[in-house]
Design a protein around this ligand. Structure first.
Ligand SMILES: *Cc1c(COP(=O)(O)O)cnc(C)c1O
Length: 471
């Protein structure tokens, strides 16, 4: 399999070339030259596999520069009951007839990002070891990415993590999770600004090719192709659990921010997995809902990015969205480049008159909806009272939007993206009680912290990285 950029650079790269990269040199994102097709016989064979074996099968369609035995061993080492809590790894939890959660948040940091990041940690250590190289991971997080990356990379040979986050904006539990890590290869940088300021700093550093090369900067934020690929696996696993045979279709509702999670669903669907609808659920930061309803992609500025009770979705520009637009526009890299590098400078682009936008729902199955804080409170309460299941604010967004898109005869799977303990104050507001806390996190808020607070200034951040990677 070879990979190309969404902005028209046709240089063909292999998986391990882009594994350690973020953006392509032309500023685009990497995608495979074509999506491998999975036929009926293959689906039937995959039904019987364990999660780790399924991961190996899906990954090996996209990776041909790691020997099969090594890749199989990496998958087996990653997706264990010990790390993810159950043998199924991503069990379904029924809510109502035809409506279920897929539990993606039983990994070390209790959010779905562990699903990809734990694999990435092992892939990075493997590939860096093979090359005899080092890597400094530089990323931006509004909470879950950062902790998932740090827990995946802590103690890994050849890897350091420099993680920016918006100062004071993550939940106390999330801050405690990240800042309590004392591993010498983990560096927390709290930026005085919002998540997009952090993301802009990461982009600015990634675009400084000299600095990037000299400091061996890599990324693990959601534009990383390997993360997306790892996420494709659980769409298959969810489908197999919800159906008896391949004639059945399912729909997914996905709480969305940077469009990484649902983009993996889009890829699974393009591979031939019988997915009916992919429902994009946003919070009040509804740039994606607006696009799927109107064809207008209007990014928001810092002042228009609301701080909500589902903070991992407080996104004003969806960094993975360009991948879908590339497919939507029949892989016209020149057009994608014009939209994202020129037109977007005006704050928006408009595809409402492009006949291909009309096809987004029919051809690609996309629908969308949004939730407010009150919707999420009501949903958390209703799900707890009716089904005895406690859900977090992001999953509540998904359940709220899913119930507006139910289709008789088509099971709806809502991706559970985090556990309630990560967002305790909203649970208390909704239910009048504290969420359950897994025992291993007892007293985490009281642990000593390692974090550096900084202005939203690219040069200061670069200086900090420089000081901690040389000598
Ligand atoms: C990251 C995250 C999301 C959003 O996922 P994207 O891939 O950015 O769309 C939703 N919920 C939780 C809990 C997350 O951590």
């Amino acid at each position: 399999m070879r990979y190309v950029s969404t902005r028209g650079d046709q240089t063909q790269r292999q998986f391990c070339d882009i594994l350690l990269e973020g953006l392509a040199p032309d500023g685009g994102l990497y995608l495979p030259v074509a999506y491998p097709q999975v036929d009926d016989a293959t689906l039937s064979r995959w039904r019987a596999l364990s999660y780790a074996e399924l991961a190996f099968e899906v990954l090996s369609l996209y990776i041909d520069d790691i020997p099969a035995d090594d890749l199989r061993a990496l998958c087996a080492k990653t997706y264990t009951q010990e790390v993810f809590g159950t043998a199924a790894i991503v069990p379904l939890k029924p809510l109502a007839p035809g409506l279920m959660l897929e539990a993606l948040s039983n990994g070390p940091t209790l959010a779905f990002k562990d699903m990809a990041m734990q694999l990435l940690g092992n892939l990075f250590e493997y590939e860096l070891g093979r090359r005899g190289e080092e890597l400094n991971i530089f990323g931006a997080t509004s909470g879950d990415t950062g902790s998932a990356a740090e827990y995946a990379m802590r103690g890994k040979k050849g890897v350091r993590v420099f993680m920016t986050s918006p100062h004071g904006r993550m939940s106390p539990f999330q801050q405690a999770q990240m800042f309590s890590l004392q591993d010498s290869n983990i560096h927390n940088i709290a930026i005085e600004g919002v998540f997009d300021d952090c993301q802009d700093i990461v982009k600015a550093v990634s675009n400084d090719l000299v600095f990037k090369r000299e400091h061996r900067i890599g990324t693990v934020n959601s534009i990383n192709w390997a993360r997306l690929l790892a996420q494709v696996v659980y769409y298959f696993a969810g489908y197999f659990q919800a159906t008896q045979d391949n004639s059945q279709r399912v729909s997914f509702t996905v709480p969305s921010g940077n469009f990484g999670n649902v983009c993996a669903g889009h890829i699974a669907r393009q591979m031939g997995l019988p997915i009916d609808r992919l429902v994009v659920a946003t919070n009040e930061n509804d740039v994606l809902d607006e696009f799927f309803k109107t064809g207008i992609y209007r990014v928001r500025g810092t002042l228009e990015t609301w701080e909500t009770s589902s903070p991992s979705m407080d996104i004003s520009k969806a960094s993975n969205f360009e991948r879908f637009v590339f497919d939507l526009l029949d892989r016209d890299g020149a057009k994608v480049k014009a939209l994202f590098s020129k037109e977007l400078q005006t704050g928006q682009f408009d595809l409402s008159h492009d006949p291909r936008f009309e096809l987004a729902a029919n051809r690609y199955g996309f629908q969308s909806g949004r939730s407010t804080h009150q919707n999420r409170l009501d949903t958390i309460r209703a799900v707890f009272e009716q089904h005895g299941v406690m859900i977090d604010t992001h999953t509540a967004d998904g359940v709220k939007v899913a119930t507006e898109h139910l289709d008789a005869g088509v099971p709806m799977i809502v991706l559970e993206t985090a556990l309630p303990i990560k967002f305790a104050s909203t649970i208390v507001e909704a239910l009048g009680r504290e969420p359950d806390r897994p025992a291993k996190f007892d007293g985490i808020e009281a642990l000593p912290r390692k974090v550096k607070v900084m202005a939203a200034d690219v040069e200061q951040v670069k200086a900090y990285i420089h000081a901690h990677t040389t000598g």
